[in-house]
Ligand binder design. Structure first.
Ligand code: TXA
Ligand code: MG
Length: 315
């Protein structure tokens, strides 16, 4: 990313504008996290319910530590995985410079240091964290290229920065620490196994953590919804279907012919968009093994296939 593009983005953010920024996971719709009006504008632009909190993106661990309480365990995980696709939900330090809207009134803030150097440079120059949800209309497929953002939000935001295609392709893994355990609130490409090998603490997925409650609003609902219906675990294609294959199931297009889950994660959102634009009634998707990154892929697919009931909470 050119220095002039970075400076332009910083100037817009300083004025309270919205900029789509590249990250290694998906494109984010960024605003200065300390500016109430700018943050409110994110919610309006995405048509996102205001009770669904946003992630604060930081340029270094010092900025994170100024916002939230960082234990030794968390600090160790930050050292191992940052910059990268891991978000921590941590107790908020008060008083806070971050807009109340960012954390939707909760006493925690989600923090993450993205890997894209241009984006970290923007945050550093701004001198404040940026609040950035995925740069899509709430409930739709998350964008993994600047072109996708342009198509959906190009007319209504101040700038779309093109930093190339997103390498990881799925949103960050979100974790919190509860009763000494690492709880995965949203699976991503940093897997349970990777967290286990980086820490001596037990690592659990939210669904198996024993208390049942959903603390990451919008986790188990319809999301990533294409226009077409979605049918999972398809081994063959019916009439009016577009089949997304995997491994030995070829399909109209394969998420990964060699059955590589990392590659499939990287291809998922753009393939869903492509399948959708084919005009098929239904997008059928081959079975994806629920191991490693497959857990995160299946999480997104289940939500893409979920009933699109208006009473549900999309993110
Ligand atoms: O990879 C990513 O995380 C991308 C890029 C742009 O960084 N961002 C992203 O943001 O996926 P978004 O807003 O689409 O998803 C953020 C998720 C939501 O499910 C939200 O409910 C949860 O994080 N979240 C944010 N703050 C939280 C908090 N304080 N407690 C619990 N969940 C929180
Ligand atoms: Mg999102």
């Amino acid at each position: 990313m050119q220095k002039s593009a970075i400076q332009k983005a910083v100037n817009i953010l300083k004025r309270g504008g919205l900029v789509a920024i590249p990250t290694e996971t998906v494109y984010g719709l960024a605003a200065d996290a300390t500016n109430d009006r700018a943050v409110a504008h994110i919610f309006e632009t995405k048509q996102r319910p205001t009770f669904n909190p946003l992630i604060c993106h930081v340029c270094d661990t010092a900025m994170a530590e100024s916002l939230v309480q960082v234990s030794r365990e968390v600090s160790n995980l930050m050292m191992k995985f940052w910059p990268g696709p891991l978000t921590f939900v941590l107790p908020k330090k008060t008083p806070s410079i971050v807009s109340e809207l960012v954390s939707a009134g909760l006493d925690t803030i989600a923090v993450r240091m993205p890997r894209h150097p241009g984006t970290r440079e923007i945050i550093k120059e701004l001198g404040h964290p940026v609040a950035a949800p995925s740069a899509n209309i709430s409930g739709k497929i998350s964008p993994t290229s600047a072109k996708h953002v342009e198509q959906e939000l190009g007319d209504v935001i101040d700038l779309v920065l093109d930093g190339g295609d997103c390498i990881e392709g799925l949103e960050s893994t979100i974790i919190t620490i509860r009763d000494g355990k690492i709880v995965i609130l949203r699976p991503g490409t940093i897997t349970k196994e990777m967290l286990e090998s980086a820490s001596s603490s037990e690592v659990v997925h939210l669904s198996t953590s024993g208390n049942g409650g959903i603390t990451a609003p919008g986790q188990l609902t319809s999301h990533y919804a294409p226009e077409a219906k979605v049918r999972l675990n398809a081994t063959s294609k019916s009439d009016n279907e577009y089949l997304l294959g995997f491994a030995f199931i070829k399909g109209d297009k394969s998420l990964s012919e060699k059955g590589d889950l990392r590659e499939a994660a990287g291809n998922l959102f753009k393939s869903l968009k492509e399948a959708d634009s084919s005009g098929a009634d239904t997008i059928a998707v081959a079975p994806i093994p629920g191991v490693g990154i497959g857990v995160a892929i299946n999480d997104r697919l289940r939500r893409a296939a979920a009933p699109r009931d208006q009473s549900e909470i999309p993110i």
